[in-house]
Design a protein around this ligand. Sequence first.
Ligand code: URA
Ligand code: SF4
Length: 188
Amino acid sequence: MDLETLRAQCLNCTRCELCQTRTNVVFGQGASDAEVLFVGEGPGQSEDEQGLPFVGRSGQLLDKYLFAIDLDRNRNCYIANIVKCRPPKNRDPMPAESEACMPWLREQFRILRPKIVVCLGRIAAQRMIDKNFSVTRSHGQFIQKGGIYFMATYHPAALLRQPQNKPEAFGDFAALREKILEVCTHTY
Ligand code: URA
Ligand code: SF4
């Protein structure tokens, strides 16, 4: 199965109640041969309206960080979320919703086989790395699991609220660039 076939299936998903309030399913966006996968929390309002991940204000900031290390969502990385449908009023996804949606992300993993996964914020980090993960304490650290390098950094929306953390986030992206140079074959 390829990503576009999986997307077509996901667009019809009714596995959790978020299907009732969504405008669009936000499946993901990026290169089909991406070696670097970014995982956010879930769509916000702009993403729900456009059906694409990280296209609002936090997405603009994310694109700047990507650009700084020669990544481009249309060329050499992929962006997905833990839940594919917007939680009402941007509340955190409920555990049952994340669980219901994980099979889609697992299939995205199986198809892409990323070398590096970058979790954007606590929700993704706690689901993908460790249920007690602290972004403040452990951002920028790579952990190898099943042959994949996982790292978490600040969610761009958190950086908009707390710009004092931007230098640390920039450091995480610099570390990501080094890891890409080390383990990726065709990202750069
Ligand atoms: N925040 C997220 O976590 N994901 C998006 O796609 C947009 C904003
Ligand atoms: Fe399906 Fe995920 Fe949307 Fe729930 S959030 S309806 S599981 S795609």
